[in-house]
Unconditional design. Sequence first.
Length: 95
Amino acid sequence: MSQTLSLDAVLDLKAAAPLKAALLEHKGQPLSLDASGVERLGGLCLQVLLAAKKTWAEDNCPLAIAPRSAAFDEALTLFGAHERFDENQMAEGAQ
């Protein structure tokens, strides 16, 4: 069964280390990230999420980001990373 981790509203420089720590607590386990309350996503937290995506895929473990706020999806698009976080691929634990 997948556990759910709610992401903070502001994912900026200050949020990167706590986000990494929270993700590592769930390493090797199916995980769903609730991004419905995200208002701002910064580059460093995006890197943390990309690293988590890669780690979960290497562990052949599902990682999903759902639900997502419009602001979260818009930030992914602005960073050019929206396709890297395709919900279908992530739920299957794919790259």
